[in-house]
Ligand binder design. Structure first.
Ligand code: GLY
Ligand code: MN
Ligand code: MN
Length: 448
């Protein structure tokens, strides 16, 4: 069983049909994520594979989808699953089994995983192509090739191909996942709302003397209470100079008066995640130096979001942000010279070293192509969701930076849905103006 909500089988059937229509005739194989050992006989928390869950809604480990077109508007879907097992279920909890897979998830056929290698070769042999990504599970690939070899021996006299043409379905699936459907937009909206609530709680509780992980606990406890089964990625709760470590994960420093706290965290809901960053003062008020840097990042972010329009190259927000940030770096006295030239020479890079955007959906860095074969940036399409997340990071020991700015790291990140009417910020329930943030932090100066 799983903490994930179970959505209507018809939704997943429609998604499979769409994919199979785009792929054409052939047998599609998609496995869920592999279970991973944490230590000894303890497993990592299981999360279904994103592609598999998108196409099936099935939440248990040890499952493989096989599907093929039977007509322009129809297909047949088979699920191989872990069978019911009374003894195992005492330890691990109930399983859906083959009956549950058919009745609750709407599969045409379901079999025990143990039957996979009896059934798969003949299913594949009946189709002109096999849609399967090689290289993800090499043991599986090996067995597949062995099964084809065994089949080939039976037909040696006919001299037919040893195996069907194998084609990778993932780019086609990624293109579908890039433009979110209504169910995914609903899930993303809910993930965003839950994440906003968690970030607001973090702003309220943070104060000097707490450890970063105590703030993390408040944030994630709100995520869970609002119905999110897990985080979309490990929360970054980085105070003071830790904010300059882009994927900081220790989260164990004590917050000090005068620190900024950068939190980059998102809750998952129905398989989709938000991805939000806010940076706020632990004591409730920005210092003058912090506010000066913050305003530049904020200005860049607002301009970047405005650039997210249908047809615009997906990385236009980055170009816009880089220009605003570079202008700001000159104003702060970090860089000297003409903005255009500084941008061209990438002089901002020591202080802004990451990209501004990535696709967002089931995966925090979601699937979807960014450029074509000539490396030309793809244009934004309605239904795509991307982040806009500029920042400035001044290492504590960087002598190029005026003293008052050293050790300051600021990032502001929102999630933006592309629509024909312009960008829609899914996470705009969370304040980001200086005064609004101070108010959300409690208004007055916070001490231990
Ligand atoms: N949370 C990771 C990122 O913003 O890309
Ligand atoms: Mn991000
Ligand atoms: Mn983030």
């Amino acid at each position: 069983m799983s903490r994930d909500a179970i959505l209507a089988p018809s939704l997943h059937r429609a998604r499979r049909q769409r994919l199979l229509s785009d792929l054409g005739d052939g047998l599609l194989l998609v496995a869920t994520a592999a279970e991973a050992t944490r230590n000894g006989d303890v497993l990592q928390e299981f999360r279904p594979g994103s592609d598999f869950h998108f196409l099936t809604g099935f939440p248990e480990p040890g499952a493989i989808l096989a599907a093929w077109r039977t007509g322009a508007r129809s297909h047949r879907a088979v699920l191989f699953v872990r069978p019911r097992d009374k003894a195992r279920e005492v330890w691990d909890g109930p399983r859906f089994g083959v009956v549950g897979a058919r009745k609750l998830f709407g599969f045409d056929e379901a079999y025990s995983l143990a039957e996979l290698w009896q059934r798969l070769p003949s299913l594949a042999a009946a189709q002109p192509r096999l849609f399967h990504r090689l290289g993800v599970d090499v043991a599986f690939d090996r067995r597949l090739l062995d099964a084809f070899a065994a089949l080939g021996k039976q037909h040696r006299k006919r001299q037919q191909p040893l195996h069907p043409a194998i084609s990778d379905p993932i780019p086609t699936l990624a293109a579908i996942r890039l433009q979110k459907d209504a169910a995914e937009l609903a899930a993303l909206g809910r993930a965003a709302a839950i994440s906003v609530a968690g970030h607001l709680d973090a702003m309220r509780v943070a104060k000097p003397g707490l450890r970063e992980y105590e703030v993390q606990a408040a944030l994630e406890s709100r995520f869970r209470r609002e119905g999110s089964p897990r985080n979309g990625y490990p929360s970054i709760v980085a105070s003071g100079r830790n904010a300059c470590v882009l994927h900081y994960h220790e989260n164990d420093r004590e917050l000090r008066a005068g620190d900024l706290l950068l939190i980059d965290a998102g809750a998952e809901f129905a398989g989709c995640t938000a991805d939000i960053t806010r940076t706020f003062p632990v004591s409730g008020r920005f210092t003058e130096a912090q506010a000066a840097v913050y305003q530049i990042v904020l200005r860049a972010q607002v301009a970047g979001i405005r650039a997210c329009r249908v047809g615009a190259p997906w990385d236009r927000a980055h170009k816009v942000c880089v220009r605003v940030l570079t202008r700001g770096l000159v104003k702060l006295g970090v860089l000297r010279g003409k903005v255009a030239k500084l941008v061209k020479k990438e002089k901002y890079k020591p202080f802004y070293m990451h990209g501004t955007s990535h696709w967002l959906g089931r995966d925090v860095h979601d699937v979807g192509a960014y450029q074509d074969h000539e490396d030309t940036a793809h244009g934004l399409v309605a239904g795509a969701v991307l982040t806009v997340e500029p920042g400035l990071y001044f290492a504590p020991t960087d002598r190029r930076v005026p003293k008052q700015f050293r050790g300051i790291g600021i990032r502001i990140e929102d999630d933006v849905l592309i629509t024909r009417k312009g960008p829609v910020v899914l996470t705009n329930g969370l304040p980001k103006g200086i005064r609004e943030i101070e108010r959300a932090c409690g208004g007055e100066s916070k001490t231990r």
